[in-house]
Design a protein around this ligand. Structure first.
Ligand SMILES: Nc1ncnc2c1ncn2[C@@H]1O[C@H](COP(=O)(O)OP(=O)(O)OP(=O)(O)O)[C@@H](O)[C@H]1O
Ligand SMILES: [Mg+2]
Length: 286
């Protein structure tokens, strides 16, 4: 891998993920995700509940392996990597903050001890260069809770501490699953500031899952998941549909609401050579 301090590039090729259930039938969480994220890019992931956002993040963080397809961080394929090497990448290069802050923390340790634990795998030199834990706690508004045990903290405090732990190693890729869902507006803004300052200071690649449009609006690119695929993308305020496997295209939400399944659609060029998409069922059935 390239030197510490540069963001990692991410590439997914036809990523599929199935969960096996006790009932014997499989749940298909991802149905073929193709995605390229450049080093240092900051992307917000949106989409309805169950669309596969958390599954995708866990796969990118090397916490689960895809059932099919390939995932690359820079030029290394983590989907086929040996467990020991993958564990090294997870502890040194990639920080994943899972959905539900408590899953990321040691409940009977203090805030400061949790940060120290997150940094265990760093070398002495890396630890010397890292943000001081006092400053980190200050930036998430937890200076007064530095020596408080996690199990006595509120949900919002745990969420802020989980993020502080995730950024404490200055990772090359930060994956944060709903890091602001339980926060007040003020705390949300502090957390967002900390996330973006990681990108500004270290060039970290940052992927954040959120249901909050105002959080997504702080990211230059958004990816909206739909039914286990990438449904659409937003760049600089404009929304684009994304062509999937076999030419499948998700309609933008407001059109999908009006065009029921089975609606006939015509693609034709206008006089200026521009492609026009129109509803044709009325003329066909009249
Ligand atoms: N451990 C699991 N076992 C079985 N099915 C699972 C498991 N985890 C997720 N799923 C299923 O996989 C699909 C995608 O779930 P995922 O958690 O990735 O969605 P999500 O977009 O993060 O949703 P939310 O916005 O509610 O967090 C859903 O149908 C979900 O029920
Ligand atoms: Mg989720």
């Amino acid at each position: 891998m390239t030197q510490q301090g540069h963001g990692l590039g991410v590439r997914c090729e036809g990523v599929v993920h199935l969960y096996k259930t006790f009932g014997g039938h499989d749940v298909v969480a991802l149905r073929g995700v193709d995605l390229v994220i450049r080093p240092g890019e900051r992307v917000a992931f949106l989409g309805p509940s169950g669309s596969g956002k958390s599954t995708l993040l866990a796969l990118l963080g090397g916490i689960q392996r895809p059932s099919a397809g390939r995932i690359f961080l820079d030029d290394e394929e983590i989907s086929r990597m040996g467990e020991r090497y993958l564990a090294r990448i997870r502890s040194r290069q990639v920080s994943t903050m899972l959905q539900g802050a408590t899953r990321n923390l040691l409940p009977y340790a203090t805030a400061r001890q949790n940060i120290a634990f997150a940094r265990l795998s760093l070398s002495n030199a890396e630890r010397r260069d890292a943000i001081l834990d006092t400053e980190l706690l200050d930036r998430v508004g937890l200076l007064d809770q530095a020596d408080q045990v996690v199990s006595t903290m509120s949900g919002g405090q745990r969420q802020r501490l989980a993020l502080a732990c995730a950024v404490s190693t200055a990772p090359r890729l930060l994956l944060a699953d709903e890091p602001t869902s339980q926060l007040s507006h003020e705390d949300r803004d502090h957390v967002l500031h900390l996330i973006h300052s990681l990108g500004d200071d270290f060039g970290t690649t940052i992927l954040v899952v959120t249901h909050q449009p105002e959080v997504a609006a702080t990211f230059p690119r958004s990816v909206t998941m739909k039914g286990g695929r990438v449904g659409s993308e937003g760049h600089g305020g404009s929304e684009f549909a994304v062509v999937g496997e076999d030419g499948v295209l998700h309609l933008p939400g407001h059109i999908a609401a009006e065009w029921a399944p089975g609606t006939l659609v015509r693609f034709e060029e206008d006089d200026h050579g521009r492609l026009v998409v129109s509803r044709a069922d009325a003329e066909v059935h009249s």
